[in-house]
Design a protein around this ligand. Structure first.
Ligand SMILES: N[C@@H](CCC[C@H](N)C(=O)O)C(=O)O
Length: 276
């Protein structure tokens, strides 16, 4: 079967994007892994799938698979690429797009300068909703890894995040501590782990070890989670510039119960077709 796809990225977090509105394909974890292989497949951090909505009030359904084949709830950089993709493919002419995800609706807006602004919904902070094992909700939790203890914030942006504050993000133990915290028993669904350096109340640097992928050049939900965690700790204002290895996102959050807004670019690299 010949399948059309786009290769896209949001600040270097790269995606294969599939239109399953006008095409049909049965996805299995094995097929996703095969497509995601950077040597034998297309290669990506995540596979994004555009489907018809199940709720008539929504424009599309958005599904996300990590390169390891696991289906996940949310992807922020992917959401911006999703908006660009459905317009480029003429699946919609709208500049405001309502999208159904596994953890509720998100709303995408194409700005005048062709960036995408996304209402990512309100963060979930109750430990059981992250999910994170703790008796009561707190801005940080002490978590043990071997004989060391770390102060971590636990935030769900639809998907689970742990956020640590570090002095220097360049020197942060992303590749050693990241995988240990990703699979820590206190994160029963595993988690994406962010290492945040606070530069000022309005600017941070961030690296993220993503669940099911490893370190990526940028993580949109990770940027949202870091700004939420930084505000809960009293370190950040509501409008924050987030510098990631692949570029910069603008994140806004006005506090508990309110949605997190993310603004940034989305880029198409090429269009392709392959026999599957
Ligand atoms: N790159 C993403 C997050 C993708 C999903 C994540 N790895 C997970 O397992 O939750 C983003 O930009 O948000």
């Amino acid at each position: 079967m010949l399948i059309r796809f786009n290769k896209m990225h949001g600040l270097g977090n790269d995606f294969m994007v599939l239109d399953l509105v006008t095409q049909r394909l049965k996805l299995t974890p094995e097929l996703v892994q095969q497509l995601g292989d950077r040597h034998f497949g297309v290669g990506f951090d995540q596979l994004l799938v555009v489907e018809p909505p199940t709720d008539p009030a929504m424009d599309f359904r958005y599904r996300i698979f990590n390169a390891d084949g696991s289906e996940v709830e949310q992807c922020g950089n992917g959401a911006r690429c999703f908006a660009r993709f459905v317009r480029e493919k003429r699946l919609t002419g709208k500049r405001e797009i309502a999208v159904e995800t596994a953890k509720g609706p998100i709303y995408l807006y194409i700005t005048e300068d062709n960036q995408v602004r996304v209402d990512m919904g309100a963060p979930r902070l109750v430990p059981a909703q992250v999910p994170f094992k703790a008796d009561i909700q707190a801005p940080t939790y002490s978590i043990a890894v071997g004989t060391e203890f770390y102060e971590i914030s636990a935030v769900s942006m639809g998907n689970p995040h742990g956020v640590l504050v570090v002095k220097d993000v360049e020197q942060a133990p992303v590749h050693t501590l990241g995988p240990l915290l990703e699979k820590h028993e206190r994160f029963p669904a595993k988690a994406n782990i962010g290492f945040m350096q606070v530069i000022s109340r309005r600017e941070i640097r961030l690296r993220v070890f993503e669940r099911g992928v490893g370190e990526t050049l940028a993580c949109g939900t990770g940027a949202c989670a870091a700004v939420v965690a930084g505000q809960l700790r009293g370190l950040l204002d509501s409008q924050v510039t987030v510098h990631l290895p692949g570029g910069t996102l603008s994140i806004q959050w006005t506090g508990p119960g309110n949605p997190v807004w993310m603004t940034g670019p989305a880029t198409t690299v090429y269009e392709g077709q392959m026999h599957i």
